[in-house]
Design a protein around this ligand. Structure first.
Ligand SMILES: [Fe+2]
Length: 308
């Protein structure tokens, strides 16, 4: 029998991964063990610190529910989400860039007609119109694209979020829209506002202990979905926000920054359903066909068979 030591324990754990383990699972678990062990060695992790980490993960689970995903927030504040999304964007160049899903997505938002007011007449914020088109990579309009979108109320809290003090209709500031035959979508809302990510949970400890502010620049979240196309989860950020360069969760990309411009044309306001001047912003999304992504493995096989 061989004693386990600092030098050989990593290999011993990796050697236990069975030969019949699916290749991707084996790849991930091998790298996870290797890097986690290297991390522990580098920081000379103590037993007390390991126990703290285990209980930290426990608390991440305990504070999570269907309206708050602390685990997602953990990945966000560590920048892992941003890294993974950046890698995914490399594989779909030409499509709208992605950003974070964030911890406050709520499944099941109802479909609404284009032009719908997702604020339900909320007078506490600044009225805004958001619209644009969804096209494919060649600029051809795409009909029937689903835009599943959500943002905070003007007080910086999402509908349903713990701490939300406003009384809001179910699924306020959330909706699903479908693009029309010309690829167009539109909605009425209030101009998004900046807000702090919640710091009352374990992830807040990371921010507080490392002297980081919890603020996110004002944004509107989108999931853009169509069969046969690569879906995109993204956010549109207000160009006038003070936190654009220091987003607590590293979600901002230059291509996702939009201007909210005041529109004082009373005829336009009437047509859109506003009683007066309002902000407006436009954004066009681009989706790429699912098959347009270069599958490197398939490409290798194709080239290998041609040259054989
Ligand atoms: Fe958000």
């Amino acid at each position: 029998m061989r004693d386990l030591t600092e030098a050989n324990v990593t290999d011993a754990v990796i050697a236990r991964i069975g030969n019949d383990t699916p290749a991707r699972v084996s790849e991930i678990m091998t790298a996870l063990v290797r890097h986690a062990h290297a991390f522990a060695r580098e920081v000379r992790l103590t037993p007390d610190e390991l126990l703290y980490a285990a209980r930290f993960i426990q608390r991440v689970g305990h504070i999570s529910n269907d309206k708050r995903e602390e685990g997602v927030l953990l990945g966000d504040v560590l920048g892992i989400t941003s890294l993974v999304e950046a890698m995914a964007d490399n594989a779909r160049k030409g499509a709208t860039e992605s950003s974070l899903l964030g911890p406050f997505y709520r499944d099941g938002a109802p479909f609404r007609p284009n032009g719908f007011d997702i604020s339900f007449g909320d007078a506490t914020g600044e009225p805004a119109w958001v619209g644009g088109r969804v096209t494919d990579a060649d600029g051809k309009p795409l009909e029937g694209v689903i835009l599943d979108l959500w943002q905070t109320a003007p007080n910086g809290f999402y509908e349903g979020q713990v701490g939300q003090t406003m009384t809001l209709p179910d699924y306020a500031y959330r909706a699903k829209l479908r693009t029309d035959a010309d690829g167009r979508y539109s909605l009425r809302t209030t101009k998004p506002v900046e807000y702090p990510v919640p710091i009352d949970g374990p992830v807040g400890e990371i921010l507080i202990c490392t002297g980081r502010h919890p603020w996110r620049p004002a944004h509107l979240h989108f999931l853009v979905l169509k069969d046969g196309y690569q879906s995109v989860q993204t956010e549109l950020f207000n160009s006038d926000d003070q936190y654009l360069d220091s987003d607590a969760v590293f979600g901002v990309k230059a291509s996702l920054v939009v201007d909210y411009v005041k529109n004082a044309d009373s005829a336009v306001a009437k047509k859109r359903g506003f009683s007066g001047p309002h902000y407006e912003t436009r954004y066009d999304f681009t989706l790429k066909r699912a098959v347009e992504v270069l599958d490197l493995a398939a490409e290798y096989r194709r080239r290998a068979s041609i040259s054989a």
